[in-house]
Design a protein around this ligand. Structure first.
Ligand SMILES: NC(=O)C1=CN([C@@H]2O[C@H](COP(=O)(O)OP(=O)(O)OC[C@H]3O[C@@H](n4cnc5c(N)ncnc54)[C@H](O)[C@@H]3O)[C@@H](O)[C@H]2O)[C@@H](O)CC1
Ligand SMILES: [K+]
Length: 515
């Protein structure tokens, strides 16, 4: 499991070590320099003679960059620090200069003030230094950053640099120091000017912004460096499940299992207008390995024609998948959905079922909206927001929906967020971009329903488990898409078809990357 901690949690963990004189910055900057050395070797074969530019802000984040620069000088790298704040980490700057590095000061502003930048030429010179480098280290702001992007000289230099790179069609590798400077470290917001990184080297533990959309998109690959912090007593702010975690969560049949003990999923989905949603949801549930699927709705014939395993009509179930392909004006389905939710079994509430959600439910109910549906849900509950607001602050909005409804909330997106009770938050980045296709959500609803049915008793005992299962479903969904069509276009039906292989691979060798 990849875990992340807030800026404050990391600061608190640093404190006792700093008091005891532990060389945290030395550890951080040495690891940072090694990461740069690896990139230089990959990019140009040798380290000596390479050019590295540092973007340096006023605090310890800049200090990390400056010390890393000094280490790189010792390996024969030409290092120039572009200092974009009036303050500077003095010892770091002295170490760099003593090692033969160069300091460039394009202007006097603080990194995020909106004051106009005086000297266009100095800004261009600084941007050219960055553009001509093999690697740029972004050390303007780290955990001390307040979000909202860069300002002042920092923004001017970064914008100019990005323009030069775009015009040239290629540029240096950008490595973010701890986090991309200017992101909302704890909430993952991404506004204003932020330099996109290819790699983020982060210290002591990942920060939420490195997992959460939209900021995670600016972080690139994330490398966590152990600098000796003890965060074991802290509750992580945001987690990301990895294959081994999913293997541990997945219900496996034993020799004594039969279809009822393995879980029966009730599916209320589809309509004459959208029969495919019922087919996809039931297909995914069957193929995810649930004991049995019961279908309730108007298109049973089509469902059974596609999946003869499905049973039609009412009966006992251990969990529900509700809503795919159900239009808001379908009173019969709406009544079934409300009846299902009143029964208290774990349930997935998707698409058309979101409008039938009672005022309050428990966390055993998992909502699976996309950003637009979450905006509608919040608006109807007195928090008027638009889709763009949800996309800008997905964690905050998913939390609001959890607080307003009581449900576990899975917010679909390129990175899927899951929010549940006790501040649980997961950010799963398993889905290839190709998975943004019609019907993919219906497959996820059936898949998650199967998982809830298989672990229904455990969810009753501990409703907080629903959030972990929802995150696991997001991971399996992404792996199935990769399995169905590695690196290429994928249809929802082929994702469902790939579920058995995806699950089999996860259970057999959870350490292996997806096919
Ligand atoms: N404390 C330590 O010993 C260690 C700190 N580390 C590094 O130190 C970083 C944190 O350092 P700092 O706490 O000095 O903070 P930063 O270096 O992130 O930021 C420096 C200062 O910039 C100012 N600032 C923040 N947002 C601003 C804005 N929007 N406009 C203008 N000014 C703004 C604040 O006064 C802030 O303290 C970490 O991200 C990490 O890179 C690492 O070296 C590990 C050890
Ligand atoms: K940074």
């Amino acid at each position: 499991m990849l875990l992340s901690w807030t800026a404050e949690q990391v600061r608190a963990a640093e404190r006792p070590l700093l008091t005891a004189g532990a060389p945290l910055m030395e550890r951080a900057s040495f690891a940072l320099a090694l990461a740069v050395v690896r990139i230089l070797r990959e990019r140009r074969g040798r380290v000596r003679g390479a050019r590295v530019a540092l973007l340096v802000g006023p605090g310890n984040n800049g200090g990390d960059a400056l010390y890393a620069g000094a280490f790189l000088r010792a390996r024969g790298v030409e290092v120039t620090a572009v200092c974009v704040a009036s303050r500077l980490h003095d010892e770091g700057a002295r170490a760099l200069v003593a090692a033969g590095g160069r300091l460039l000061r394009p202007g006097p502003d603080e990194p995020a003030t909106d004051e106009p930048v005086a000297d266009e030429h100095a800004v261009l010179d600084a941007a050219l230094v960055l553009q001509r480098a093999d690697v740029v280290l972004d050390g303007v702001l780290g955990t001390g950053g307040r979000g909202g992007g860069l300002g002042g000289v920092a923004a001017a230099v970064v914008e100019r640099f990005v323009g030069l790179v775009a015009a040239a069609g290629a540029g240096p590798a950008v490595v973010a120091v701890d986090v991309p400077s200017g992101v909302g470290v704890d909430d993952g917001t991404l506004t204003g000017t932020v330099l996109d990184a290819e790699l983020t080297v982060t210290f002591g533990g990942a920060k939420p912004a490195l997992l959460l959309p939209p900021a995670a998109g600016a972080a690139g690959r994330v490398e966590v460096v152990d600098i000796g912090l003890d965060l074991s007593g802290e509750r992580p702010a945001v987690a990301r499940l990895e294959p081994a975690d999913v293997a541990a969560l997945w219900p496996r049949p034993g020799t004594g299992s039969q279809k009822y003990s393995r879980g029966v999923l009730g599916v209320v989905a589809g309509s004459r207008r959208y029969p495919g949603a019922a087919v996809l949801a039931t297909d995914a549930a069957v193929l995810a390995g649930v004991g049995m699927v019961r279908y309730l709705g108007a298109v049973g014939e089509q469902v059974v024609a596609h999946r003869p395993e499905v049973v039609l009509g009412e009966g006992r179930v251990q969990a529900w998948a509700l809503g795919p392909g159900v239009p808001p004006d379908d009173d019969a389905q709406r009544a079934r959905i409300q009846g299902a939710l009143a029964g208290g079994e774990p349930a997935v509430v998707d698409a058309g079922a979101l409008a039938a959600l009672p005022e309050r439910v428990g966390p055993h109910v998992v909502l699976t909206p996309h950003a637009g549906e979450l905006a509608t849900l919040l608006t109807t509950r007195g928090v008027p927001v638009r889709r763009e607001d949800v996309e800008a602050e997905p964690l905050r909005r998913a939390r609001e929906a959890h607080e307003l409804t009581g449900a576990t909330v899975l917010l679909k997106g390129h990175v899927t967020l899951v929010v549940g009770p006790d501040d649980a938050a997961y950010a799963q980045a398993d889905a290839p971009a190709w998975l943004a296709t019609a019907g993919a959500g219906d497959v996820l609803a059936g898949l998650l329903g199967a998982l809830l049915a298989g672990r229904s008793d455990d969810v009753h005992d501990d409703p907080t488990l629903a959030a972990a299962l929802a995150a696991a479903a997001a991971l399996v969904h992404g792996h199935a898409a990769d399995e169905a069509s590695p690196g290429g276009p994928v249809s929802a039906l082929s994702v469902a078809r790939a579920l058995p292989a995806a699950v089999r691979h996860l259970l057999a060798d959870p350490g292996a990357p997806p096919a």
